[in-house]
Write a protein that binds this ligand. Structure first.
Ligand code: EPU
Length: 426
């Protein structure tokens, strides 16, 4: 299993690799499983999740649930989550600080116990990340909040269904209000919800627990129920495949050339990315078993603009920027979700990339070849994008801070070795 805090083996060393070839398995989605784990808090009893990736963010979420009195057993990509009748309803700072996604326990705790205390998450490498929309949405259902000593305390005598309007389709706010609304009295209509595939997975999971959630056009309609129970399935509820992990391998093929089959990747979940990659001359075909990417020769540049789903995800952007650094021509990249998410560009510049940034725009002028250099991963996706760039750079690229990458990737290095990349960890 990945060790998040290990001081050793914190560096990934990538060498210039020739054409990639073979097959790689895409695991369960980090950004889905963390929310499904939180959703389990909505019902007492034994929950089973399958296709759970062996990543350190899942370890942290297990620790958070355990800190609240839940028993979690993890083996063979499955989680058995035993949720007791009585629980501690506080999420402590030392865990929330390490993983912002912890904030999604707020909705389920409020729905089930009428109270919750969650440490306020701080800023991170993407810049400030407020939770005002989470709180306003929960307030409209009847929750009352107060803050003291860095914690946010919530109470709700009763949650009542209503029209909840999100001014922006925030993924986390949608999840929090959805998980509160499933046990509210009456009907909640969530206007302008996030529509990412991971939201769809959460909706399916909640419905298997007995919730009544459906789409009313582009709104989410939730008819509150009094009780939920663990989803019934002998093999466990299967988490959807990780589209961002898939994007990582698609980018590696784009940069190194070759032909790789991504088993279990779902093309429908990344339609916009596939369009963009096609524009850049990565050839993609898909079927029910997965997605095949093939690339030969130098890629073409394209402009990139991140948007909420079904637009191009901000999480794809670091990979697209890496690809643009060696593509022919100029690509203009616009980040519309997290304004601070350009920090890794300095690292790419150390590798010889020609990138100019101006506010939330970056102009990437493709160079024939990057040059390997020591660089640092500051977050999961930026770290993986540096690894991918290293596979196409002359010489050796040492990516320090690899434990950031472990938060969202199971065996990134071995999976890349399996398709012919020259890469190791030390
Ligand atoms: N925002 C607010 N107020 C809020 C909530 C969000 O201003 O109350 C802003 C954020 O600051 C940001 C934008 O709205 O500028 C989008 O945030 P959103 O709430 O949609 O993102 P999130 O739920 O915090 C999830 C993923 C991210 C992914 C984003 C966008 C998880 C655990 N995280 O974050 O994934 O980038 O959606 O798609 O699901 C990652 O996997 O590495 C990662 C960062």
């Amino acid at each position: 299993m990945n060790e998040p805090d290990s001081g050793e083996l914190d560096t990934i060393v990538a060498q210039r690799s020739s054409a990639l070839d073979g097959e790689v398995h895409i695991g369960g989605a980090k950004n889905s499983v963390l929310k499904l784990m939180a959703a389990c808090l909505l019902a007492e009893g034994r929950h089973v999740l399958a296709n759970v990736p062996d990543i350190s963010d899942v370890t942290l979420m297990c620790e958070l649930l355990e800190a609240m009195g839940v028993t979690v057993t993890r083996a063979d990509h499955r989680l058995v989550i035993d949720v007791p009748e009585e629980m501690d309803t506080a999420a402590p700072y030392h865990l929330v600080e390490r993983m912002r996604a912890s904030i999604v326990v707020l909705g389920p705790l409020l729905a089930r116990f009428g109270k919750a205390r969650v440490a306020l998450p701080g800023g991170d490498d993407f810049g400030p990340r407020p939770i005002d929309m989470h709180l306003r949405a929960l307030e409209s259902l009847g929750a009352v909040f107060s803050t003291a000593h860095g914690d946010i305390s919530a109470t709700a005598e009763v949650l009542t269904g209503t029209d909840v309007v999100l001014e922006y389709p925030s993924v986390g706010a949608t999840e929090n209000v959805l998980m509160a609304a499933v046990r509210a009295k009456g009907r909640t209509l969530i206007h302008n919800p996030a529509r990412e595939p991971e939201i769809g997975d959460l909706v399916n999971f909640l419905n298997q627990m007995g919730a009544q959630v459906g789409w009313a056009g582009d709104r989410l309609a939730v008819d509150g129920v009094e009780r939920l129970a663990p989803a019934r399935s002998t093999d466990g509820y299967r988490v959807i495949p990780d589209r961002i992990e898939a994007a990582t391998f698609l980018a590696a093929v784009g940069m190194c050339g070759g032909s790789v089959f991504l088993r279990d990747a779902v093309a429908d979940h990344m339609a916009m990315l596939i369009r963009k990659l096609t524009e850049m001359d990565v050839h993609i075909v898909s079927d029910a078993a997965g997605v095949r990417a093939t690339a030969t020769g130098r890629l073409s540049s394209a402009d990139v603009s991140t948007l909420p789903y079904p637009g191009l995800a901000t999480d794809y952007k670091p990979f697209l920027v890496s690809m643009l650094t060696t593509a022919s021509g100029v690509g203009i990249v616009t980040e519309n979700i997290f304004t601070g998410r350009f920090r890794y560009i300095d690292e790419l510049r150390r590798m010889g990339a020609d990138i100019r940034t101006e506010g939330h725009h970056a102009v990437v002028r493709g160079t024939e070849r990057l040059s390997g250099a020591p660089v640092r991963a500051h977050d999961i996706r930026a770290g993986a994008a540096l690894v991918v760039a290293g596979l196409a750079a002359e010489g050796e690229t040492e990516v320090a801070g690899a434990t950031h990458i472990d938060r969202g990737y199971e065996d990134l290095v071995s999976k890349l070795v399996g398709i012919g990349a020259t890469i190791t960890r030390r």
